[in-house]
Design a protein around this ligand. Structure first.
Ligand SMILES: NC(=O)c1ccc[n+]([C@@H]2O[C@H](COP(=O)([O-])OP(=O)(O)OC[C@H]3O[C@@H](n4cnc5c(N)ncnc54)[C@H](OP(=O)(O)O)[C@@H]3O)[C@@H](O)[C@H]2O)c1
Length: 421
């Protein structure tokens, strides 16, 4: 590829959740601005979920150090810390990784659906702030389509395993007779929906709370459960035996103080499952007698144990990805020739139009029917002369033959637009 596609990532594979959260980008617009201005990337897309922070970029030359430096400056983390956590790949490996993401092969819950929506949101946001351009827009659109097709044809996501269902399973495994317990779900977002679906499917009663009672009520109408007021819940957790927390609150909603207080009023134990990243349950609560705290890392272990059916599909998905990577790579390479091809077509069209008007003036032709015929004739002549060399340029680009592009650049006197830094 004339242009490089790079991927720099920190994910749950190398870094446990409490480490991963330190690399989280808080101000996305500023991050896009900094990466575009100072890391040498002329396009970029950031994917940030609870399990990963990833940067995809396009540039003529890739400089991992520069990218790391900017990432460190944005997050305030020492560059040294990145060495232990960051992975950096480019070109075919970056495309391969993106397909693993869209097909769900790299997810904590193999084949889960959410990542596809998160990737769609990431490319939409990057488009909105004009951080992505022709290369990454095309790459992501294609990767999303391929990922969807792979999921549908392989059945990798079949069986309804999700972070939510695994959390409920963990609760079942750790608590005797969950049906008799008071269960609370804090949050009404995507993950809470997964937890609620699973609780509902297994016949458990549960309360739901979020900052606005209206939102909790709407959630309960669709997902089951009973809406309770946020303030009521926060003032006394002692009514509950099992608490699922899945919010994006930037602070601890469930504090050590509140749980200590609650446990004073309880004669039974309590299990808290924090599905949030960054965490919204203070880890210190695990030291309180009778309290069992579990977070995303433990859920990840659970997921691994439950993946047998899906694991059998991994080989099939990997084979499809390997085939699709070459197709994707060819279309990326083809894009390298597109500015040149577009420019040539535009120049020739301008010339044709100019010469056509000159000829029509000389002929003093006013008959619309005849003008149309002459116009079509000139178009057909131009098309038949230019389309073969242009297609050959595209093909050469696809086959990774930059010499042909360079020669065509000289022959057609193509001036590359200056890169904005
Ligand atoms: N999506 C995934 O695939 C996935 C997987 C595993 C873990 N996670 C983690 O799970 C958590 C929830 O993710 P999500 O995808 O469900 O998010 P989401 O759909 O955006 O929902 C966010 C929830 O957080 C609540 N919230 C936000 N700020 C709050 C605050 N200051 N105080 C109280 N509640 C607040 C919102 O409630 P309001 O109605 O009050 O705004 C909403 O219910 C995140 O930490 C995420 O990293 C996500």
């Amino acid at each position: 590829m004339n242009q490089k596609i790079i991927n720099a990532r920190i994910t749950f594979r190398n870094s446990p959740i409490h480490i991963l959260e330190q690399f989280t980008i808080k101000d996305m617009n500023n991050a896009y601005d900094q990466f575009r201005k100072h890391s040498g990337l002329d396009e970029c897309v950031i994917i940030q979920t609870c399990n990963r922070i990833e940067l995809f970029g396009k540039s003529k030359i890739s400089d991992a150090n520069k990218i790391q430096k900017i990432w460190a400056a944005i997050t305030g983390i020492e560059e040294e810390e990145f060495k232990k956590n960051i992975e950096f790949v480019e070109n075919q490996d970056a495309l391969h990784h993106l397909l693993k993401l869209t097909s769900g092969l790299d997810s904590m819950v193999l084949g889960e659906e959410q990542i596809l929506g998160q990737i769609k949101n990431s490319i939409t946001s990057a488009r909105e702030v004009k951080a992505s351009g022709q290369h990454l827009n095309t790459l992501f659109d294609k990767a999303i389509r391929i990922g969807t097709r792979i999921r549908n044809s392989s059945g990798i996501g079949a069986g309804g395993i999700s972070v939510g269902s695994m959390a409920v399973k963990l609760a079942e495994e750790n608590i005797d007779d969950l049906k008799t317990k008071q269960v609370l779900l804090i949050g009404t977002g995507e993950v809470s929906t997964l937890v609620a679906k699973s609780l509902q499917r297994r016949g458990y009663r549960f309360d739901v709370t979020s900052r606005t009672i209206g939102r909790s009520e709407t959630f309960c109408e669709a997902m089951g459960g009973s809406a309770v007021k946020f303030e009521e819940v926060l003032s006394g957790f002692d009514n509950y035996d099992v608490i699922f927390v899945a919010t994006t609150a930037p602070y601890f909603l469930v504090t050590n103080e509140k749980i200590t207080q609650a446990m004073r009023n309880k004669d039974k134990g309590m299990m808290i499952l924090d599905l949030s990243n960054p965490r919204t349950v203070d880890e210190k609560v695990a030291t309180i007698g009778g309290v069992k705290l579990m977070n995303l890392d433990q859920i990840a272990e659970m997921v691994e144990k439950n993946m047998n059916a899906r694991l059998n599909k991994v080989k099939i998905v990997e084979n499809i990805i390997n085939e699709e990577v070459s197709v994707l790579e060819a279309s990326m390479k083809r894009l390298d020739a597109e500015p040149l091809v577009k420019d040539v077509f535009k120049n020739i069209e301008n010339l044709r139009e100019k010469e056509l008007q000159k000829a029509l003036q000389m002929l003093d032709e006013k008959d619309e029917r005849k003008i149309k015929i002459i116009d079509a004739l000139t178009k057909a002549v131009v098309e038949s002369i230019v389309s073969t060399p242009m297609n050959n340029i595209r093909k050469a680009s696809e086959q990774g033959n930059p010499d042909v592009i360079d020669l065509a650049t000289k022959l057609f006197d193509y001036k590359k637009p200056k890169q904005t830094d």
